[in-house]
Design a protein around this ligand. Structure first.
Ligand SMILES: Nc1ncnc2c1ncn2[C@@H]1O[C@H](COP(=O)(O)OP(=O)(O)OP(=O)(O)O)[C@@H](O)[C@H]1O
Ligand SMILES: [Mg+2]
Length: 465
């Protein structure tokens, strides 16, 4: 059943029910009011008739009395009978076959208003017996009012009320129909609006899901494109660094090779002159040594195999490295001061490589220092990291130098035999040990090189490959 019909049935049922109740109450009121007013009318008439009956009884004019009573019955539909009893015996009556016994026993009222008794006929139906005493004698005047006749009189009124009620029901039904349409239209409108909203939401969600998918696809595409271009970049960087590396190698090796060539030729030309040959051969040896030094550095730099590592106390390595370069510093009148923290944890590292790292860094600090200055070498622990600081108060680095300090073959000391491989080896070695190298420098004020290495995860471990 549709919502419209359900609402209509309920509303119209309610309206019809209410109208039916009101109609029934109105009919009941009309009937009871008519009955009461009929009784009032006949009560007044009974008083008048009783006076006349009294006079006629005094005259014993039974004919006139009968006339009087018959007139009452004939003139009024609702009057069923009229009789006068005296001492419980019928005196005059309008019954065709005598006064029924039980009516003679109905008491009559003496003072004012007549006695009223609601009785039932033996043949069915109800009637009202109104009885009033006549004079001082033990006589009573009775009038029988038929309930059916009284009710018949009010029938037109009842019918009009019922008709009104029916009309009201029809109007009510029409109103219920209109109200139902109004309500359901509003409900329909709200439902439609809700449906439209739900559809819109679903559409938006689908759209969002579509956008999300597109976005995910896009991110995926961009990520793989990025990875691809990063790989390409790494490749070209590698090629570029190989190029730089090769150029550097060629440049570095070319100089001593040229010298070797020239010295060898010179020795060949002056083979007779022993001193010249000796000097030339010494130059060949020196230059070949230089080549060897460069090749050694290159091998270290290019080495990719992880070295053997063990748990080390970096303080020990620092002292050894400082000891190795102390003489180098002494020749330049630069001292090395160490301030190590004895409580630092061990690190897992290759001892020789770490020694090489510290030697390189301390040598750089000595090279940058002026005569009479001191280098500070310090160790400390910060959480899970061991930090080594090498501080000098020398010439520092210009920003451009700092930027290229780790580049292989970058050197500002080419004239003093610098190869520019020291810091790049330091960087490669420390990175391979899982650490970092930091530079804090100011041109003219000095430099601090900080090497950070992770502390050993298990201090008890002896050798780790
Ligand atoms: N402590 C420092 N103070 C100032 N400049 C420095 C310092 N350490 C390194 N540098 C700069 O970084 C450059 C590169 O250093 P690196 O150790 O790689 O090469 P090098 O010392 O020049 O040569 P090599 O170490 O091969 O003898 C140096 O030439 C220098 O200009
Ligand atoms: Mg160096």
């Amino acid at each position: 059943m549709t919502l419209n019909r359900r609402i209509f049935i309920r509303v119209s049922g309610l309206v019809a029910g209410l109208i039916a109740i009101v109609t029934w109450l109105a009919c009941a009121f009309a009937v009871s009011h008519h009955r009461a007013s009929t009784k009032d009318i006949f009560s007044a008439q009974l008083t008048v008739v009783s006076d006349r009956a009294e006079r006629l009884m005094l005259l014993d004019d039974r004919v006139a009395l009968k006339e009087l009573l018959r007139g009452m019955v004939d003139d009024h539909d609702e009057v069923e009978y009229a009789f006068v009893e005296r001492g419980g015996q019928p005196y005059i009556h309008t019954f065709e076959s005598g006064v029924p016994r039980d009516l003679l026993t109905v008491p009559s009222e003496s003072a004012g208003a007549p006695a009223t008794h609601e009785l039932e006929r033996a043949t069915g139906g109800r009637f009202t017996d109104m009885a009033l005493q006549v004079g001082d004698e033990r006589a009573g005047l009775h009038l029988g009012l038929s309930r059916e006749a009284i009710d018949r009189q009010v029938l037109p009124q009842v019918l009009s009320i019922v008709a009104l009620g029916a009309g009201a029901v029809l109007v009510g039904l029409a109103l219920a129909g209109a109200a139902t349409r109004l309500i359901t239209r509003e409900v329909d409108q709200t439902t439609n609006a809700l449906r439209a909203e739900i559809t819109e939401r679903e559409r938006t969600q689908q759209e969002l899901a579509r956008y999300r998918d597109q976005l995910e696809d896009l991110v995926e595409q961009r990520t793989s494109a990025l990875a691809e271009s990063q790989a390409k970049m790494r490749q070209s960087e590698r090629l570029a660094s190989i190029g730089t590396f090769a150029a550097g190698v060629a440049h570095e090796i070319n100089n001593p090779l040229t010298s070797i060539l020239m010295s060898a030729r010179h020795a060949l030309r002056s083979i007779e002159d022993r001193l010249n040959v000796e000097t030339s051969l010494q130059e060949v040896i020196d230059e070949a040594d230089r080549c060897g030094h460069i090749v050694k550095g290159l091998l270290l730099f290019a080495k990719h195999q992880p070295s053997e590592k063990e748990a080390l106390n970096l303080n020990d390595v620092l002292y050894r490295a400082a000891g190795l370069v102390r003489g180098y510093g002494g020749r330049r009148n630069v001292s090395i001061e160490t301030a190590t923290d004895d409580r630092i944890a061990s690190v897992v590292a290759n001892s020789t490589e770490m020694e090489q790292v510290f030697v390189n860094v301390i040598k750089n600090a000595i090279d940058a220092s002026d005569e009479g200055q001191a280098i500070n070498v310090q160790s400390e622990q910060d959480g899970r990291s061991i930090l080594i600081h090498v501080r000098d108060r020398g010439r520092g680095m210009a920003p451009e130098e700092e930027k290229h300090a780790f580049d292989p073959f970058f050197t500002t000391r080419a004239g003093e035999g610098g190869s520019g491989l020291g810091l790049s080896i330091v960087h490669g070695t420390v990175t391979e040990h899982g650490g970092t190298v930091g530079i804090s420098t100011e041109s003219g004020a000095g430099t601090v090189i900080t090497i950070t290495l992770p502390r050993s995860p298990d201090p008890a471990s002896e050798r780790i490959a």
